[in-house]
Design a protein around this ligand. Structure first.
Ligand code: SME
Length: 163
């Protein structure tokens, strides 16, 4: 299915939305809301963060649930576990056409069929991930990956030099 997301428009909307904002929880809350509004056929979009952003009681090598839009999700994900922990470990975007084929996929919502996870960085460190789920098989294509990676670069610039 060709959704033809206008990624340049989404990126400029995100940049305008986040202008002058540097409190990470607000940045990520509004970023997840914008992506949920602008992208079709999603059932979850949000963030998992390491202790580099969420300091108290969270390690730099584990993920804790951050702001999101969607159903209740698992709170912690270990380094290397699931799609999110694997993207964190490899420090690369993971685009999964069929989550049932991904060994170790963590099913927070049984409706999820495809998923894309983009790592976030601050100060040269991977500090968390942007996670987007869809109930449609192979929902995300190469253009979506490029667009979400561009969004991740915009978000990174607002989540704090102290992260
Ligand atoms: N599916 C993810 C877990 C997070 S939920 O999708 C919100 C994973 O395998 O890491």
């Amino acid at each position: 299915m060709n959704r033809n997301t206008d990624w340049k428009l989404v990126e400029s909307q995100l940049a305008s939305l986040l202008e002058g904002t540097d409190v990470w929880v607000s940045v990520l809350a509004n970023a997840s809301a914008l992506l949920a509004e602008e992208l079709e056929d999603l059932n979850w979009v949000g963030f998992y963060l390491t202790g580099r952003v969420v300091a108290r009681g969270v390690g730099v090598d584990e993920l804790v649930l951050g702001p999101f839009q969607g159903k209740i999700a698992c709170e912690r994900i270990a380094w290397g576990r699931g799609v999110c922990g694997s993207a964190l470990e490899r420090d690369e975007t993971l685009r999964v056409d069929d989550v049932h084929e991904f060994a170790g996929h963590i099913a927070c919502d049984s409706a999820s069929r495809s998923e894309i996870v983009v790592p976030l960085h601050v100060g040269g460190h991977v500090v968390g991930v942007l996670d987007v789920d869809s109930p449609i098989l192979a929902r995300f294509d190469a253009d979506d990956q490029t667009g979400l990676e561009a969004c991740a670069r915009i978000i990174e610039a607002h989540i704090g030099s102290d992260a």
